[in-house]
Write a protein that binds this ligand. Structure first.
Ligand code: VG1
Ligand code: CO
Length: 629
């Protein structure tokens, strides 16, 4: 259990990518590893690569061995590392989705399944990007991370990587997580690869990896024992080394540069302000106490589910109104806390709640952006630009317009924000799927979002005397709506059923529905009448990256009406089996007297229109969504 815990408390993807950017500066303790694959002067030029030898060991599938070494041991000090060549065969279906490769754990445990993908990845990169370089490995602590880590380390060493840093934050590299998907032997595992400056690998890389998985024939594996990852320290294996680092302090240091901690502390330590954070037994459990309790003065019992567990305590570590029910019940109880937040498996998502109040992620990013300059020191000269994913509501657009900031609309998936950030065009961005973040790192960052909100609330209350009524989360949101209008928004998820036998027909129905919609939009024209709405245009979203000109098509079927209302349909790209249909519904309301209404009521006509236009029930047989946001 010790070893497990230590992995369990390892990196989140958000935290993982943070160092990449920091590395552009020079004060980092890891500054030598300024890219995910840093290329120092090749100190170790004598890695020997031995092609398929007749040893029976070499034809064995790549597995983590059961041996382990003592902490910080030097297991092989020779200047040579023995590399085995393990024959393998292509495996179908190793295509990455919205965010990495996600499958059932059992699939990843199949012979060479993970090993093939990792080798295909090295085969897709220019060798100068990783030879003798530093690679970072992190995970969200889910079941199978331990075994997977050993496989990845051996293949990285086998391909000539010089050093692996295992820690919670990093300069990019591998992230062993299926994020918000459930974990455990029967559930999901996943792997993401963050490239160069820390952003999730772009499609040009992931497409290449997929191509290589279909032609792979050999895996290069270093012949080294399992590395003990349960303790901090360095293990040397000849020219290759593994260093286990504790990154909480480092992440904290970054956050202290971004936020005014004393301002946040002044709020959290007030006796008339009650704070709750639900780590959902996932990776942020390891960060919650050092940050919220030790640094910011929250009480220890304000942290719920703070112990990271391999199966997330049988939970579904997705911070939304359905899966974070425990927190929702606390926040909606009479005299509940003033502020509640939760984050997901790998810590990059967030949910923000006030007392009996839910902040939609689309509103959340808009409100953070509108208040950033005043409340968050990192943005003291104002954000450079704002961006959202296509299905996210237009609330952020209105802030960009008012603040006269450049604005971008990208496809679903954080990987599309990275280029804009690197080009200095984007500071704050978000997705409706509970992802919010900034260019302090190259992933969404759940803890950052919580601290951003606490900063906004703290700033609004900084002059409030004890006993004076505080400005609440709902006050901040209502005021925002009064200024900018309200974009009513809801997402309906029809998640893949967990009953295996339905997987295939489920995918078939969902695919047919999307085909039907594509056909419909090809015939649609401006002025077509849909119920009470008039069509402005309908398309399948195509995005051209303004930085590198790359184009991605088929990113979501959207019907945009003349009053700005939208209905959007997408299939999820993060599931491990079956198909999940997502429907996004949005309608703008300028009239402040109508802002307080329930989104489900305000959007009822549009929701009905979406269900009837798509013939969802006919195609999928689904009566009710599994999650409504
Ligand atoms: C979902 C969300 C998307 C998010 C992605 C990864 O993708 O909709 O906005 O970027 O998950 O989030 P999809 O394809 O299932 O709709 V995470 O926290 O799972 O890395
Ligand atoms: Co996540």
């Amino acid at each position: 259990m010790m070893a497990l815990n230590s992995i369990a408390s390892r990196p989140t993807s958000s935290l993982l990518s943070r160092k990449l950017r920091n590395s552009n500066g020079n004060d980092s303790s890891l500054a030598h590893s300024s890219l995910s694959f840093f290329n120092p002067t090749p100190l170790f030029s004598n890695i020997s690569f031995r092609n398929a030898s007749p040893s029976p060991l070499l034809s064995a599938p790549v597995r983590a061995s059961s041996s382990s070494t003592s902490p910080s041991a030097t297991v092989a000090n020779s200047q040579e590392l023995k590399i085995k060549s393990v024959p393998t065969q292509p495996i179908e279906g190793q295509k990455t989705g919205t965010s990495g490769l996600r499958k059932k754990v059992k699939e990843f445990m199949r012979e060479n399944y993970l090993a093939n993908w990792i080798q295909a990845l090295f085969d897709s990169l220019p060798p100068e990007d990783y030879k003798n370089g530093v690679l970072v490995l992190g995970g969200d602590g889910r079941y199978f991370n331990k075994e997977a880590a050993q496989i990845i380390i051996k293949i990285a060493a086998g391909n000539g990587v010089g050093k692996i840093l295992v820690g919670r934050l990093a300069n990019g590299g591998f992230i062993m997580s299926a994020s918000h998907n459930p974990g455990g032997p029967e559930y999901d595992w996943g792997i993401k690869f963050n490239y160069s400056s820390g952003q999730p690998a772009p499609e040009s890389i992931t497409d290449k990896i997929y191509g290589n998985t279909l032609s792979i024939s050999e895996i290069k594996v270093a012949d080294i024992p399992d590395i003990n990852l349960s303790q901090l320290g360095v293990t040397n294996c000849g020219p290759f080394s593994v260093e286990v680092v504790d990154p909480v302090a480092d992440y904290l240091e970054l956050l202290e540069q971004v936020f005014d901690f004393s301002l946040i502390r002044s709020l959290i330590s007030r006796s008339d302000f009650r704070f709750t954070f639900d780590a959902m037994h996932a990776v942020t459990g390891a960060y919650a106490k050092p940050i919220f309790v030790d640094k910011l003065g929250a009480s220890i019992d304000s942290i719920l589910n703070g112990v990271p567990l391999e199966d997330f305590g049988h939970g579904h570590p997705d911070p939304n109104l359905t899966y974070a029910k425990e927190l929702v019940d606390i926040m909606y109880a009479e005299h509940g806390p003033d502020f509640g937040a939760a984050s997901d498996g790998d810590g990059d998502r967030n949910m923000i709640l006030g007392s009996r109040f839910f902040v939609t992620p689309s509103d959340s990013v808009a409100i953070i952006a509108a208040n950033a300059e005043k409340a968050i020191p990192y943005f003291k000269t104002g954000p450079k630009g704002l961006a959202r994913s296509m299905p996210t509501s237009g609330a952020l657009d209105r802030v960009a317009e008012k603040l006269n900031l450049p604005f971008y609309e990208v496809p679903t998936g954080w990987k599309f924000f990275g280029n804009l950030m690197d080009a200095g065009k984007l500071s704050i961005c978000g997705e409706e799927s509970f992802g919010t973040g900034s260019d302090h790192i190259r992933e969404k960052d759940g803890i950052w979002a919580v601290l951003a909100w606490l900063s906004v609330i703290a700033f609004r209350n900084k002059d409030k005397k004890p006993g004076e009524k505080l400005v609440s989360v709902s006050d901040v949101v209502s005021e925002h709506w009064a200024t900018y209008g309200r974009n009513f928004f809801s997402r309906y998820d029809y998640e893949a059923s967990l009953i295996l036998c339905y997987f295939e027909c489920e995918s078939e129905g969902a695919n047919k529905m999307i085909d039907y919609l594509r056909d419909l939009i090809s015939k649609g024209k401006t002025g077509d009448v849909y119920g009470d709405y008039t069509l402005q245009f309908a398309d399948d979203f195509t995005y051209t990256d303004p930085v590198d000109g790359s184009v991605v098509a088929k990113q979501g079927v959207r019907f945009v009406f003349t009053d700005g209302s939208r209905i959007i349909f997408r299939l999820s790209g993060t599931g491990s089996a079956g198909a999940t249909v997502r429907i996004y519904i949005e309608q703008f309301e300028a009239d402040a007297s109508k802002h307080d209404g329930d989104a489900q009521i305000a959007l009822k006509a549009l929701i009905d229109l979406a269900l009837c236009t798509s013939k969802l029930k006919e195609f999928t047989g689904r009566e009710q969504p599994t999650v409504i946001t």
